[in-house]
Each structure stands twice: as C-alpha cells, then as structure tokens.
Design a protein. Structure first.
Length: 244
C-alpha cells in the first residue's frame, strides 16, 4: 500500500470513523499499516443479474425478498453484486423529504452510522433489529438524552458529547443501556448489547454483522451458523473485517 493511500485512509478514518467507533484507533492503524483489517474479495465485485444474486443468497440459506429488491431498484435489469443486493434491501425505503430510511425487509437490515435523526438513532436501530429477528418482540423503546452535553469533548480517543441511554422491553423483559454519545455517529457498542440481549432471550440464531465502508455503516442479518458461513463464503469475506 503506497503512502498516498495510507494518508487518504487516515483522513477518512478521522472524518468518518465508524471503524474507529467499533474497534478502536489502534486496530484501525493495524488495518492501515498491515492491510489485514478489510476484505476486498473478487466475490464482492462479481457482477450478475438481480435474479442470479437472489438465487445465490437463497442457495446459501438467506431468504432475501426478490419483490422488494425489484421495487427498490432504479434499474431491475442492471448488473449487480450479491453485496449490492444486501445493501439495497437492508437500507430499505428512503424518504427525501425527511432524509430517513425505513427498514422493510424481514431478512436484512442495514444502516449508515452517521444519522440524521440524532434523537432517535437507537430507536431506529432497535426497530431494524425487530424487523429481522422473529424470535423477539421489542416494545416501549425510550431514549434518554439528558446526559449529552452541548460541546464535544475532543480530549478522548473518540470525541464524545456526554452519554446517552436507551431502554426497551424484549419479550416483556426490561433492558437498558448507557453508552458514550458521539454526536450524530452511531456507537457500535449498541450492537454488542443487543447481541447479548438476544442470547439472554435464548434466540436460536444470531446476528451476523458486516461493516461496509461503502455505506459507512453495517449490514446485519439473523441466521444460523451454517447460513452465516454460507453467506460469508458466497461474499468471499470474513466476519469482523471491514468491507471496502
């Protein structure tokens, strides 16, 4: 990796650090210096039709919704990758008037870590998880922003503007979580927390999280270990690595 590329990636990391939030600055430097933090497989860029991509995912065990994908696509005949399908379906419907996205898939959920809805970013996240996890009912979501500050504190490794918390019921059981606030950026600790909640609720499957730089966020699906392994193999990627 040449020096210009390293400098460019450092700039991206400092300005839009979803990976910093999720893994810390030292791990990000490992990626920049040793090139072992991301996946850019040929499978990620293999072009095919929407129908072929959907069939590949179905064969892997992930029942993505073809009709929804076709309704979201600007050009149903355009070639795409399997990753494109997961992103398109996961991001859902976009409202240009409100700048908000509404999850509509019961298979895949994706989100941009930079949120226009600062007050409701974790409500939106939990609603997205509810869409793809049929084994739980998430209700009575509340967010508490009283711990947030007006000024951003840049003295920490990851700048914060105080803390915030959210609470909800999952299958009738109460849960709450307090985490650092990063302005309009999603704190990825919330993903680890909801994974813990699903384990406590004895969910038979688990979340697979794919961090994707293209959307500055994550793709999430809920599946058994065999399906997760099949989808990762189909994409030619490893779980836990950033996809560029």
């Amino acid at each position: 990796m040449n020096k210009l590329m390293i400098l460019l990636l450092c700039l991206i990391a400092l300005l839009m650090p979803i990976s910093v939030q999720a893994y810390g600055f030292s791990e990000l430097l490992d990626f920049l210096l040793y090139n072992d933090y991301y996946d850019q497989s040929e499978e990620n860029t293999k072009l095919m039709s929407i129908e072929e991509a959907v069939k590949s995912l179905h064969d892997a065990g992930l029942d993505v919704e073809l009709d929804l994908i076709l309704s979201l696509s600007d050009d149903p005949n355009a070639p795409c990758t399997v990753l494109d399908i997961l992103i398109l379906l996961g991001l859902g419907e976009y409202d240009p008037a409100t700048l908000q996205r509404t999850p509509i898939s019961h298979t895949v959920y994706a989100f941009d870590a930079e949120s226009f809805d600062i007050e409701g970013m974790y409500t939106n996240f939990l609603q997205g998880i509810q869409m793809i996890v049929p084994d739980v009912v998430i209700s009575e979501i509340q967010e508490d922003l009283s711990g947030m500050t007006i000024e951003m504190d840049f003295s920490k490794e990851i700048p914060t503007d105080g803390t915030r918390s959210f609470s909800f019921l999952c299958n009738g059981n109460p849960y709450s979580f307090e985490l650092d606030s990063h302005g309009d950026w999603f704190n990825a600790e919330a993903i680890g927390f909801i994974e813990e909640v699903l384990r406590k609720e004895n969910c038979p499957k688990r979340l697979c999280i794919l961090d994707v730089m293209e959307i500055q966020g994550s793709i999430i699906f809920y599946a058994d270990e065999e399906t997760i392994a099949n989808v990762l193999n189909l994409l030619g990627i490893q779980e836990g690595k950033m996809i560029f």
